[in-house]
Design a protein around this ligand. Structure first.
Ligand code: RTP
Ligand code: MG
Length: 140
């Protein structure tokens, strides 16, 4: 296994409920290191650009509105096989289907307000990290 990076967003449902620390504690307990982090209010254009792959899906408009409904925390996580490691601790997209002990099972409100985003491949992680962070903001 190799030390790699993934990109994470703590979504507006979590900032609204003031539970970003709980999410970070679960990330760190899973052995991942937060090597970059900042709180942002996404613009509609930023959210649409970030989720461009979902443009044709029925939930795109609602997803974008949700993602700009409050602040988010964007993060770079580092660890052994970080992409699958983070998806494991996130749990299934729909919290109703997520395993016990995962972030979405323990904290998420619904399939949309599901508390966190995590990259789905190393290739997309690199693209998503570059969308929000410059090299000098990431301290491994
Ligand atoms: P994410 O990209 O946020 O890490 O989540 P994911 O891979 O588990 O899910 P994905 O299929 O990429 O969907 C992106 C986000 O869109 C919202 N969603 N809503 N209403 C719906 O049926 C629906 N399906 C997906 C979720 O917020 C999901 O995280
Ligand atoms: Mg996804």
């Amino acid at each position: 296994m190799a030390i790699t990076r993934t990109f994470s967003i703590i979504k507006p449902d979590a900032t609204r409920r003031n539970i970003t620390g709980k999410v970070n504690a679960m990330i760190e307990a899973a052995g991942l290191r937060i090597v970059a982090q900042k709180r942002l209010q996404l613009t509609q254009a930023q959210a649409e650009g970030f989720y461009a792959v979902h443009r044709e899906r029925g939930f795109f408009g609602e997803l974008v509105q949700f993602m700009i409904s409050g602040p988010v925390v964007v993060q770079v996580l580092e660890g052994e096989d970080a992409v699958p490691a983070y998806r494991k601790v996130m749990g299934a997209t729909n919290p109703a289907n997520a395993d016990a002990g995962t972030i979405r099972k323990e904290l998420a409100e619904s399939i949309e307000a599901n508390t966190v985003h995590g990259s789905d491949s190393d290739e997309n992680a690199a693209i998503e990290i570059a969308y929000f962070f410059s090299q000098c903001e990431i301290v491994g």
